[in-house]
Design a protein around this ligand. Structure first.
Ligand code: PEP
Ligand code: MG
Length: 580
């Protein structure tokens, strides 16, 4: 839709990620699908063509695994899960098997077979009544294009930009892999299609990049010769041919907002303290050394969750003790006296390792994941524990075990830790004298029996991402049930409250490192429920610290009491947003 102003146009779409951006529009991937030449094969070429195709599949898988790991680390696990669907396609006999069959049966080159099968699969998916499966049509297009590029030996279309000019990326449709490596000078996103729930919309919000989708064909028609555009993600508009005054005003606002953010970051360098003088630790969730600088710049009081699985996911082999030790030591040295909570390997569920012997499970989230896997594969566990213990001499290490739900598991994990400590001491290696050992509370079982688990834990950290899915029986990555998946559900809140009160009785600290902890809308409620530490993606820290500073303990407790009596998550959200 286009609204005519005096000489300028304002295109309207859906504001899928808030914020304002001014920049030069750059069409992304106009040569979307690589050109495909069709060739008939001689009989003696068929076998080598199939081999060539298989090599392209392997290359595409490797590329996607790398992108997945990077997105999980830099944007979030939830956003990264879209790439699991891509990997599944590359293992699906109905897709890759069909391409191979076509190369053989029709004696055509791999590119042509790939293009044909991708189009057919896409059309088939688009025609299905199920919305979730329809959305997979975008995935198959992304996968098909990647396969073609691998076959053609092309890398994905790179947009050459000088690093200083602010650029708005414009596309028919943005794909998750586009956003996985966003150049620094891209300050906004606009697209012809797309919706608020598109994976790339979620990624844009997490990255803090303003985005307007669903602008329609007007975007193609109107943009051609506009040197600068103003994108408003709050209002869902894109202004083309703005006047110099409008550009200046928008640039001023962008500048003011970034100054405000800088200011919030500065304040965030100080501890967050409630109005009645209670300090709440605000920590960062990290996936590896590339995240440490942002955590410190945003004022992290420590690391509340180091997801060590990325070390494993990024590698094509089990990371050695030495490789792990170096990374953990880097984290501990970067944070000095501030605590660094390193979580032991959380693999299984939706995170699979190509080189691990993970069983094929019907319900992987209910299967051999996290601490269960480590207690079954004790050499893997031992290697990590030794690396952690060796690193402990270089800072303030806390060790956290994921998905513990029985005292037996916790005792077994601690026994391995003690065994490794004894080994190292025997070998003359320095190990910190005291390392707090805690657990993630991620299952209803753990939350309900928190009093029992507290007997053997030095601290708790509540993982609401999993706690929510297990409590509400709603898969955290399945868009069809995303309406049910809500950590503000009173059932989840009551489990959080139970965990906090068990921790208080046992006199151990309790924190939270699921996504819920990073939403400033809920900060007061979480403080009222009794959380003493909140851990989140670095970019959320300043806003959460600001909320903590504005919180008054008694009011927060009353708010929590009220919330626990409500019946629906929407009512909880309305309560915490209501002026009080
Ligand atoms: C959680 O479950 O809340 C959590 C922080 O762990 P992850 O997201 O890595 O499963
Ligand atoms: Mg978890």
């Amino acid at each position: 839709m286009t609204i005519q102003h005096t000489g300028q146009h304002t295109l309207t779409g859906i504001g899928v990620s808030p914020g304002l951006a001014v920049g030069r529009p750059v069409w992304l991937r106009q040569s979307a699908a690589p050109a495909v030449e069709r060739r008939t094969l001689q009989a003696n070429e068929v076998a080598s063509e199939v081999e060539r195709f298989r090599a392209a599949v392997a290359e595409a898988k490797a590329q996607i695994s790398r992108i997945r790991a990077r997105v999980a680390k830099e944007i979030g696990e939830h956003e990264a899960q879209v790439f699991d669907a891509h990997l599944t396609f590359l293992e699906d006999p109905a897709y890759v098997g069909e391409i191979e069959r076509k190369i053989e049966a029709d004696a055509i080159n791999a590119e042509a077979a790939c293009a044909d099968v991708t189009t057919a699969t896409r059309e088939m998916l688009q025609a299905l009544p199920d919305e979730y499966l329809q959305a997979r049509a975008d995935d198959i297009r992304d996968v098909g294009q990647r396969l073609l590029r691998c076959l053609l030996g092309e890398t994905a279309a790179a947009v050459a930009e000088d690093e200083t000019t602010s650029v708005i990326w414009v596309a028919d449709e943005l794909m998750p892999s586009d956003l996985s490596a966003l150049p620094k000078n891209v300050t906004g996103l606009a697209s012809v299609g797309g919706s608020k729930t598109a994976h790339t919309a979620i990624m844009a919000r997490t990255l803090g990049i303003p985005a307007v989708y669903g602008i329609g064909d007007a975007l193609r028609d109107e943009l051609a010769d506009s040197d600068v555009v103003i994108l408003n993600g709050d209002e869902g508009t894109l202004q083309v041919h703005p006047s110099p005054e409008e550009i200046a005003a928008a640039e001023k606002t962008v500048h003011e907002r970034s100054v405000a953010l800088e200011r919030a970051r500065e304040i965030a360098q100080r501890p967050a303290v409630t109005k009645d003088g209670v300090r709440i630790d605000v920590f960062a969730n990290v996936g590896g050394p590339q995240d440490f600088a942002a955590a410190l710049a945003n004022g992290a009081d420590g690391i509340g969750l180091f997801r060590t699985e990325f070390l494993y996911l990024e590698n094509d082999h089990w990371p050695t003790e030495q490789e792990q030790y170096e990374v953990y030591r880097q984290a501990l040295e970067a944070f000095g006296e501030r605590p660094v909570i390193i979580r032991t390997l959380d693999i299984g569920g939706d995170k699979s390792l190509p080189y691990a012997t993970l069983p094929t499970e019907e319900n992987p989230f209910l299967g051999l994941r996290a601490i269960r896997y480590c207690l079954a594969e004790t050499e893997v566990f031992r290697t990590q524990l030794r690396a952690l213990l060796r690193a402990s001499a270089h800072g303030t290490l806390w060790i956290m075990f994921p998905m513990v739900e029985t005292l037996d598991e916790l005792q077994a994990a601690k026994a391995w830790l003690e065994r490794c400590r004894a080994e190292l001491i025997q070998e003359g290696v320095a190990v910190a004298e005291r390392i707090p050992v805690g657990i993630m509370v991620e299952t209803p079982a753990a939350a309900m029996t928190a009093d029992i688990l507290a007997q053997e834990s030095d601290f708790f950290s509540i993982g609401t991402n999993d706690l929510t899915q297990y409590t509400l029986a709603a898969d955290r990555g399945n868009p069809s049930v995303s309406g049910l998946y809500n950590p503000a559900h009173p059932a989840v809140l009551r489990l959080i409250a139970n965990t906090c009160s068990a921790a208080a009785k046992a006199g151990i600290p309790v924190g939270m490192c699921g996504e819920f902890a990073g939403d400033p809308v809920f900060t007061e409620l979480l403080v009222g429920l009794g959380l003493q530490e909140l851990s989140m993606s670095a970019s959320f820290i300043p806003a959460v610290k600001e909320k903590v500073n504005a919180t008054e303990g008694e009011r927060a407790r009353k708010l929590a009491e009220q919330a626990l009596q409500l019946g629906r998550p929407e009512a909880v959200e309305a309560l915490v947003k209501s002026p009080r």
